[in-house]
Design a protein around this ligand. Structure first.
Ligand code: NAP
Ligand code: ZN
Ligand code: ZN
Length: 354
């Protein structure tokens, strides 16, 4: 009997701890992946602590997965044993609704199946994520990771990368556009790198004085301390697009004021408590917009990986062992990570004696 070794939270108050489970038998189109690295997204923490009030316990988080194909189902044709592959936030969707038809599975009208905290569409079993030695996923939801990228640094592309690439691409970041990125965490640092690689003028907004030099090194043309009203005022009415990755509730008005006429503030940060409603006049008088954006579709995720392969873009990471995950969560809450924790899954294999 095959066993997958993983780390799970048993309830919202418990730390993550070892958890074994039996993976599903390979279906015709399945790919079994030996996980090498898994990034640690702030969403993992929100979910493990049930901050979004929808967690199915036990939960095995992890949706920034990079690994090698170990086996494929008898009708699977997209991947071969040994391929370097990735899995992001989704492992299935209805495949028939208008959003799925357009390759926007993240907006599946019947709800996509999450890599973890989802329900398998065939059996109803809870899906378990990438804080694990292995994962079994339908080939249509597996991505090809460019071999020139460092696999540990590539793992965060599967969520942090696509979640910033998608709105930057949708709202046309590129030469001649001034783009703001709010928050230099996992998502934010990828947003800065990708917007810069797309050719936009990039301004980073951070609450942390200590991140100014890094912001510039990562590709920001300017770094603004968002708590400094004077620095903020100097940027008024100048942005085409601002992507806000902040994981906590805050006042949006100071950022809306920075948009040009018809500029857009896109929210990707998903805090436990909603932001207070912003001032309406601030929007009306310049036809400004507030929008939201959710990860990206499968085809777009592949496009993003290929873009990162071409530009040699990966995440700046801090590699941790599986048993350091609870400390990593505490540090993430203090914005103390440069700029993404990635779990070395070999440490889990060793711990489990596998
Ligand atoms: P992260 O690494 O913790 O980064 C969040 C950053 O926000 C921090 O580094 C910090 O940057 C800033 N920040 C944190 N608390 C703040 C506060 N109280 N006031 C102002 N700024 C604060 O988190 P992440 O993994 O990038 O995720 C960010 C958010 O996006 C989370 O809510 C996550 O659930 C969500 N998310 C959404 C999607 C989607 O599809 N929309 C996908 C993935 C994640 P500075 O130090 O620079 O200020
Ligand atoms: Zn994520
Ligand atoms: Zn659908």
């Amino acid at each position: 009997m095959k066993i997958t070794h993983a780390y799970a939270a048993q309830d919202a108050a418990s730390p993550l701890a070892p958890f074994d489970y039996q993976p599903r038998a390979l279906r015709h189109h399945d790919v079994e992946i030996e996980i090498l690295y898994c990034g640690v997204c702030h969403s993992d923490l929100h979910q493990a602590r049930n901050e979004w009030k929808n967690t199915l316990f036990p939960v095995v988080p992890g949706h920034e997965i990079v690994g090698r194909v170990l086996a494929v189902g008898d009708h699977a044709s997209k991947y071969r044993v040994g391929d370097l592959v990735g899995v992001g936030c989704m492992v299935d969707s209805c495949r028939t609704c208008p959003s799925c038809d357009e390759g926007l599975e993240q907006y599946c009208e019947n709800g996509f199946t999450g890599t973890y905290n989802g329900e398998d569409r065939e059996t109803g079993a809870i899906t378990y994520g990438g804080y694990a030695t292995n994962v079994v996923v339908h080939e249509d939801f597996v991505l090809k990771v460019p071999e020139n990228l460092d696999p540990a640094g590539a793992a965060p592309l599967l969520c942090a990368g696509i979640t910033t690439y998608s709105p930057l691409s949708h709202w046309g970041a590129g030469p001649g556009k001034k783009v703001g990125i709010v928050g230099l965490g996992g998502l934010g640092h990828m947003g800065v790198k990708i917007a810069h690689a797309m050719g936009a003028e990039v301004v980073l907004f951070t609450t942390s004085e200590s991140k100014i030099a890094d912001g510039k090194r990562l590709g920001a043309d300017q770094v603004v301390i968002s708590k400094d009203a004077e620095q903020m005022a100097a940027q008024a009415n100048s942005f085409d697009l601002i992507v806000n990755t902040v994981a906590a509730q805050h006042d949006l008005n100071p950022f809306i004021t920075l948009l040009k006429r018809e500029g857009t503030l896109v929210l990707v940060g998903a805090p436990e408590h909603d932001h207070p409603s912003p001032q309406v006049f601030n929007l009306i008088f310049k036809r400004r917009a507030i929008a939201g954006s959710l990860i990206g579709g499968i085809q777009e995720t592949q496009e993003m990986l290929d873009f990162c392969g071409k530009h040699n873009l990966v995440s700046d990471i801090e590699l941790i062992n599986m048993n350091q995950i609870n400390d990593a969560y505490e540090r993430m809450l203090k914005s103390d990570v440069k700029y993404r924790f990635v779990i070395d899954i070999d440490s889990l294999r060793q711990e489990a004696g596998a």
